[in-house]
Design a protein around this ligand. Sequence first.
Ligand code: FMN
Length: 206
Amino acid sequence: MVKILGICGSPRRKSSYTALSAALKEAEAQGDVQTELVELRARKMQPCVHCNKCLRDESDRCTVFTDDMTELYDKFYEADGIIIASPVYEMSVTAQLSTFFSRFRSAWMISVKDPYFFTKKVGAAIAVGGTRNGGQEFALQTIVNFYNTQGMTICNGGSGIYSGAALWSPGDGSQTMDDEIGMENARNLGKKMAVMTKIMKYTDVI
Ligand SMILES: Cc1cc2nc3c(=O)[nH]c(=O)nc-3n(C[C@H](O)[C@H](O)[C@H](O)COP(=O)(O)O)c2cc1C
Protein backbone atom coordinates (compact mmCIF):
# COMPACT_ATOMS: atom_id res chain seq x y z
CA MET A 1 0.00 0.00 0.00
CA VAL A 2 1.36 3.45 -0.88
CA LYS A 3 0.28 6.59 0.92
CA ILE A 4 -0.50 9.76 -1.04
CA LEU A 5 -0.99 12.93 0.94
CA GLY A 6 -2.93 15.83 -0.54
CA ILE A 7 -2.17 19.31 0.80
CA CYS A 8 -4.60 22.09 -0.06
CA GLY A 9 -3.03 25.55 0.19
CA SER A 10 -6.30 27.43 -0.05
CA PRO A 11 -7.71 29.40 2.89
CA ARG A 12 -11.12 28.08 1.87
CA ARG A 13 -12.71 24.81 0.84
CA LYS A 14 -13.57 25.62 -2.76
CA SER A 15 -12.01 25.03 -6.16
CA SER A 16 -8.48 23.88 -5.25
CA TYR A 17 -10.03 21.46 -2.76
CA THR A 18 -12.35 20.12 -5.47
CA ALA A 19 -9.52 19.59 -7.94
CA LEU A 20 -7.26 17.98 -5.33
CA SER A 21 -10.07 15.69 -4.14
CA ALA A 22 -10.63 14.51 -7.71
CA ALA A 23 -6.92 13.77 -8.18
CA LEU A 24 -6.76 11.80 -4.92
CA LYS A 25 -9.94 9.88 -5.74
CA GLU A 26 -8.48 8.86 -9.09
CA ALA A 27 -5.20 7.83 -7.43
CA GLU A 28 -7.12 5.65 -4.98
CA ALA A 29 -9.12 4.10 -7.82
CA GLN A 30 -5.87 2.59 -9.14
CA GLY A 31 -5.78 0.28 -6.11
CA ASP A 32 -3.17 -0.26 -3.41
CA VAL A 33 -3.29 3.48 -2.68
CA GLN A 34 -4.36 5.14 0.55
CA THR A 35 -4.98 8.90 0.47
CA GLU A 36 -5.44 11.69 2.97
CA LEU A 37 -6.26 15.33 2.32
CA VAL A 38 -5.11 18.01 4.74
CA GLU A 39 -5.93 21.68 4.46
CA LEU A 40 -3.82 24.69 5.44
CA ARG A 41 -7.14 26.54 5.81
CA ALA A 42 -7.55 28.09 9.28
CA ARG A 43 -4.21 26.71 10.48
CA LYS A 44 -2.13 29.08 12.54
CA MET A 45 1.42 28.74 11.21
CA GLN A 46 4.44 30.95 11.73
CA PRO A 47 6.78 31.46 8.79
CA CYS A 48 10.43 30.46 9.20
CA VAL A 49 12.51 33.17 10.90
CA HIS A 50 15.87 31.64 9.89
CA CYS A 51 17.08 31.26 13.45
CA ASN A 52 18.65 27.91 12.45
CA LYS A 53 17.68 26.37 15.79
CA CYS A 54 16.32 23.29 13.97
CA LEU A 55 19.75 22.78 12.40
CA ARG A 56 21.60 23.32 15.68
CA ASP A 57 19.22 20.89 17.38
CA GLU A 58 19.67 18.44 14.46
CA SER A 59 15.89 18.18 14.39
CA ASP A 60 13.71 17.11 11.46
CA ARG A 61 11.17 19.82 12.44
CA CYS A 62 11.06 23.39 13.67
CA THR A 63 12.00 23.56 17.35
CA VAL A 64 11.00 27.17 17.94
CA PHE A 65 7.35 27.24 16.95
CA THR A 66 4.84 24.64 18.08
CA ASP A 67 1.76 25.45 16.04
CA ASP A 68 -0.66 23.99 13.51
CA MET A 69 2.29 23.11 11.29
CA THR A 70 3.78 20.67 13.78
CA GLU A 71 1.48 17.71 13.06
CA LEU A 72 2.04 18.12 9.32
CA TYR A 73 5.70 17.12 9.51
CA ASP A 74 4.85 13.51 10.37
CA LYS A 75 2.17 13.32 7.69
CA PHE A 76 4.64 14.63 5.11
CA TYR A 77 7.51 12.39 6.16
CA GLU A 78 5.28 9.29 6.26
CA ALA A 79 3.75 9.86 2.82
CA ASP A 80 5.15 8.12 -0.26
CA GLY A 81 3.59 10.71 -2.57
CA ILE A 82 2.39 14.26 -2.09
CA ILE A 83 0.03 16.31 -4.25
CA ILE A 84 -0.05 20.00 -3.38
CA ALA A 85 -2.85 22.19 -4.73
CA SER A 86 -2.88 25.97 -4.53
CA PRO A 87 -5.10 28.77 -5.71
CA VAL A 88 -3.15 31.29 -7.76
CA TYR A 89 -2.53 34.41 -5.67
CA GLU A 90 -0.69 37.26 -7.39
CA MET A 91 0.42 34.79 -10.05
CA SER A 92 1.99 32.46 -7.47
CA VAL A 93 0.96 30.34 -4.48
CA THR A 94 -0.91 31.46 -1.35
CA ALA A 95 0.83 32.91 1.70
CA GLN A 96 -0.34 29.85 3.64
CA LEU A 97 1.52 27.54 1.28
CA SER A 98 4.60 29.74 1.19
CA THR A 99 4.67 29.65 5.01
CA PHE A 100 4.32 25.86 4.93
CA PHE A 101 7.25 25.59 2.50
CA SER A 102 9.47 27.83 4.63
CA ARG A 103 9.09 25.54 7.63
CA PHE A 104 10.94 22.74 5.84
CA ARG A 105 14.41 24.15 6.47
CA SER A 106 14.71 21.44 9.10
CA ALA A 107 14.20 18.73 6.47
CA TRP A 108 17.82 19.30 5.55
CA MET A 109 18.78 17.25 8.60
CA ILE A 110 16.94 14.24 7.18
CA SER A 111 18.75 14.48 3.86
CA VAL A 112 22.11 14.71 5.62
CA LYS A 113 21.42 11.46 7.45
CA ASP A 114 19.62 9.68 4.58
CA PRO A 115 20.34 11.19 1.14
CA TYR A 116 17.61 9.10 -0.52
CA PHE A 117 14.82 9.72 1.99
CA PHE A 118 13.21 12.38 -0.20
CA THR A 119 14.32 10.91 -3.51
CA LYS A 120 11.88 8.07 -2.87
CA LYS A 121 9.00 10.51 -2.40
CA VAL A 122 7.04 11.66 -5.43
CA GLY A 123 5.49 15.12 -5.71
CA ALA A 124 2.84 16.57 -8.02
CA ALA A 125 1.25 20.00 -8.35
CA ILE A 126 -2.17 21.51 -9.03
CA ALA A 127 -2.90 25.24 -9.44
CA VAL A 128 -6.29 26.92 -9.81
CA GLY A 129 -6.60 30.50 -11.04
CA GLY A 130 -9.58 32.82 -11.33
CA THR A 131 -8.52 33.73 -14.84
CA ARG A 132 -7.56 31.37 -17.63
CA ASN A 133 -3.93 32.52 -17.83
CA GLY A 134 -3.52 34.06 -14.40
CA GLY A 135 -0.20 32.55 -13.37
CA GLN A 136 -1.08 28.87 -13.02
CA GLU A 137 2.21 27.80 -14.59
CA PHE A 138 4.24 29.97 -12.25
CA ALA A 139 2.31 28.62 -9.23
CA LEU A 140 2.86 25.05 -10.45
CA GLN A 141 6.56 25.74 -10.84
CA THR A 142 6.74 27.20 -7.32
CA ILE A 143 5.32 23.95 -5.95
CA VAL A 144 7.69 21.89 -8.11
CA ASN A 145 10.59 24.06 -6.91
CA PHE A 146 9.67 23.18 -3.33
CA TYR A 147 9.83 19.48 -4.18
CA ASN A 148 13.16 20.07 -5.89
CA THR A 149 14.59 21.77 -2.82
CA GLN A 150 13.79 18.62 -0.85
CA GLY A 151 15.33 16.41 -3.54
CA MET A 152 12.00 14.74 -4.29
CA THR A 153 11.06 13.02 -7.52
CA ILE A 154 8.63 15.03 -9.64
CA CYS A 155 5.52 13.57 -11.23
CA ASN A 156 4.33 15.65 -14.13
CA GLY A 157 0.93 15.00 -15.60
CA GLY A 158 2.23 13.49 -18.80
CA SER A 159 1.76 14.74 -22.31
CA GLY A 160 -0.12 18.03 -22.36
CA ILE A 161 -0.24 18.37 -18.59
CA TYR A 162 3.46 19.25 -18.26
CA SER A 163 4.33 20.74 -14.83
CA GLY A 164 1.03 19.71 -13.25
CA ALA A 165 -2.69 20.31 -13.56
CA ALA A 166 -3.64 23.93 -14.26
CA LEU A 167 -7.29 24.83 -13.76
CA TRP A 168 -9.49 27.82 -14.31
CA SER A 169 -12.19 28.59 -11.79
CA PRO A 170 -14.24 31.56 -12.91
CA GLY A 171 -16.75 33.06 -10.53
CA ASP A 172 -16.79 32.42 -6.81
CA GLY A 173 -14.43 29.48 -6.85
CA SER A 174 -17.05 26.77 -6.57
CA GLN A 175 -17.02 26.14 -10.29
CA THR A 176 -13.82 24.21 -10.85
CA MET A 177 -16.02 21.44 -12.20
CA ASP A 178 -16.92 23.73 -15.14
CA ASP A 179 -13.34 23.44 -16.34
CA GLU A 180 -13.75 19.97 -17.77
CA ILE A 181 -10.29 19.86 -19.32
CA GLY A 182 -8.67 21.05 -16.08
CA MET A 183 -10.57 18.50 -14.02
CA GLU A 184 -9.65 15.73 -16.45
CA ASN A 185 -6.01 16.80 -16.16
CA ALA A 186 -6.26 16.71 -12.35
CA ARG A 187 -7.66 13.16 -12.51
CA ASN A 188 -4.93 12.07 -14.94
CA LEU A 189 -2.34 13.56 -12.63
CA GLY A 190 -3.77 11.54 -9.75
CA LYS A 191 -3.64 8.38 -11.86
CA LYS A 192 -0.02 8.97 -12.84
CA MET A 193 0.86 9.73 -9.22
CA ALA A 194 -0.45 6.31 -8.21
CA VAL A 195 1.79 4.67 -10.80
CA MET A 196 4.92 6.69 -10.04
CA THR A 197 4.56 6.44 -6.28
CA LYS A 198 4.37 2.65 -6.55
CA ILE A 199 7.41 2.55 -8.84
CA MET A 200 9.46 4.62 -6.41
CA LYS A 201 8.31 2.72 -3.34
CA TYR A 202 8.47 -0.81 -4.70
CA THR A 203 11.54 -0.59 -6.95
CA ASP A 204 14.34 -1.98 -4.86
CA VAL A 205 17.22 0.12 -6.20
CA ILE A 206 17.73 2.59 -3.40
C1 FMN B 1 -5.48 37.64 -2.99
C2 FMN B 1 -5.90 36.93 -4.25
C3 FMN B 1 -5.07 37.00 -5.35
C4 FMN B 1 -5.44 36.37 -6.53
N1 FMN B 1 -4.58 36.42 -7.60
C5 FMN B 1 -4.91 35.76 -8.73
C6 FMN B 1 -4.00 35.76 -9.83
O1 FMN B 1 -2.92 36.34 -9.79
N2 FMN B 1 -4.36 35.06 -10.94
C7 FMN B 1 -5.57 34.40 -11.03
O2 FMN B 1 -5.83 33.78 -12.06
N3 FMN B 1 -6.44 34.39 -10.01
C8 FMN B 1 -6.15 35.04 -8.86
N4 FMN B 1 -7.01 35.01 -7.80
C9 FMN B 1 -8.26 34.21 -7.91
C10 FMN B 1 -8.09 32.81 -7.32
O3 FMN B 1 -6.94 32.17 -7.80
C11 FMN B 1 -9.29 31.93 -7.72
O4 FMN B 1 -10.49 32.49 -7.26
C12 FMN B 1 -9.13 30.51 -7.20
O5 FMN B 1 -10.09 29.72 -7.80
C13 FMN B 1 -9.31 30.41 -5.70
O6 FMN B 1 -9.09 29.10 -5.28
P1 FMN B 1 -9.96 28.44 -4.13
O7 FMN B 1 -11.38 28.38 -4.65
O8 FMN B 1 -9.39 27.09 -3.92
O9 FMN B 1 -9.85 29.30 -2.93
C14 FMN B 1 -6.68 35.65 -6.62
C15 FMN B 1 -7.52 35.61 -5.49
C16 FMN B 1 -7.14 36.24 -4.32
C17 FMN B 1 -8.05 36.18 -3.13
